[in-house]
Design a protein around this ligand. Structure first.
Ligand SMILES: [Zn+2]
Length: 437
């Protein structure tokens, strides 16, 4: 352990005993799901009368559940419940209030964490980095859309008098990440998705830092990889791994990144509301290992993904309907680890139907079209039930051929689509690019 690591682990352990064990390996916490679920359930029922009543009418007795398989009997927490803070426990001080939901869903929601929650989240982050082979102090470059820049948001935060948030984020960005983690943030604008030159420039900027790790959303990684297809590959120096989080990572994208960048790619399923739920390994075949010590993941008949976080006592996240669609499987992974595996497909309400009537989610669209030499595009609901294939940037003359290529790969019937061009793509406030926005 180096000095930076020793300082962090000592402080973490003081604030939350068990920190070291959890920070050392992803999913390394104590595995006692039923015990943890029942403890959180009892806590939530004690403090939230409406939730207690809902549990009682679902036939869940005061002693909780008899088996983890019965979790499906508990009421599901929806995003709307979160937005009206139905699960916020009044007593208890929040240290951090993290905002999410700039993605155009039903309004913004705020996730409150107490000190223990923040420290546990941080242990989760360290465990992710550690599993990807990182050692404290090794150079990391993180790509962020400009919307996430600290000084971009400072004016707004000052006006809303969010002083705790200002201090917390400053501590996180400039003290913890910059000083201890040796992490450098590089911001990009929406032109990344329309201009291969902008994507190439972003990569160049990153490589100038000679990083061992790059953290990026999969959408930005796709843009960078596409920009590399028609130009000589730069040298990637000491780059060991790429960590992706935030949008859906297609398996084809992961494979190409691995080949082109000569680095391992670790994909995460994480959110502001839940923290670090699942992490891929070096041989994931599109699937991620669920952190079963801290989370319970379930899917329903429509493949809707519900996740329980055993840890947030200030805002119990019991059976949170994530709005994502995914597949869970049990058993082994090619890497040798056993346990639950998760494949994330996309958002529940974001799919198209191909000519055979099959649903294609974000991951399906990516995996079918990414390997082809096509520009980025978006699929929108067009007029008269036709799918609109939207292009931006590139040459107008190439659009017709590209549209036909896309239609072929997605098995769209001729006449079922139209194509168009716009100045920019349809982007949410969070700056995420999706094929199915
Ligand atoms: Zn694995």
């Amino acid at each position: 352990m180096n000095l930076r690591e020793r300082i962090i682990f000592k402080a973490g352990e003081l604030l939350y005993p068990g920190f070291g064990r959890e920070a050392a390996a992803f999913g390394g916490g104590e595995a006692a799901p039923l015990l943890k679920l029942n403890a959180l359930l009892a806590h939530a029922r004690r403090h939230l009368p409406a939730y207690d009543a809902a549990c009682a009418s679902a036939g869940v007795g005061p002693s909780g559940l008899a088996a983890i398989e019965d979790a499906g009997r508990l009421p599901r927490l929806e995003r709307g419940d979160l937005a009206r803070k139905a699960n916020r426990i009044r007593e208890g001080r929040s240290l951090a209030r993290l905002e999410s939901g700039g993605t155009g869903r039903s309004g913004k929601v705020e996730t409150a964490l107490d000190l223990r929650g923040v420290v546990k989240r941080y242990a989760g982050l360290l465990s992710v980095l550690k599993t990807a082979g990182w050692r404290m102090g090794e150079k990391i470059v993180a790509f962020h859309p400009v919307e996430y820049g600290y000084f971009n948001n400072l004016g707004l935060l000052l006006r809303s008098r969010a002083f705790t948030k200002i201090l917390f984020e400053f501590f996180q960005q400039y003290f913890l990440y910059r000083l201890f983690h040796n992490r450098k943030n590089i911001h990009y604008g929406a032109e990344l998705f329309t201009s291969p030159e902008a994507a190439a420039a972003l990569l160049e900027k990153a490589l100038a830092e000679n990083p061992l790790f790059i953290i990026t959303r999969p959408d930005a990684l796709m843009a960078v990889l596409k920009s590399l297809r028609n130009r000589p590959a730069p040298g990637f120096g000491r780059l060991k791994a790429v960590l992706t989080v935030g949008t859906v990572l297609g398996e084809t994208v992961r494979k190409e990144a691995r080949e082109k960048l000569g680095a391992e790619v670790y994909n995460m399923y994480a959110s502001t509301e839940l923290g670090y739920v699942a992490l891929g390994c070096a041989r994931p075949e599109g699937r991620l290992h669920v952190n079963e010590a801290d989370y319970l993941a379930e899917t329903d008949g429509e493949r809707g993904l519900t996740v329980t976080d055993f840890n947030n006592r200030l805002m119990p996240m019991l059976r949170y309907g994530t709005g994502d669609v995914g597949e869970l499987s049990a058993g082994g992974c090619a890497c040798g680890r056993r346990g639950q595996l998760l494949r994330v497909l996309g958002r529940k309400d974001k799919f198209i139907k191909d000519g055979r009537g099959d649903r294609l989610y974000e991951a399906d669209v990516i995996d079918r079209t990414f390997p082809a030499d096509l520009p980025l595009f978006q699929l929108l609901a067009g007029k008269e039930d036709k799918l609109e294939i939207l292009f931006s940037g590139g040459s107008p003359r190439a659009d017709e051929a590209a549209a036909a290529g896309i239609a072929g790969l997605l098995s769209l019937d001729k006449g079922a689509y139209v194509f168009s061009r716009a100045e920019s793509f349809k982007m949410p406030a969070s700056g995420k690019f999706c094929f199915l926005p």
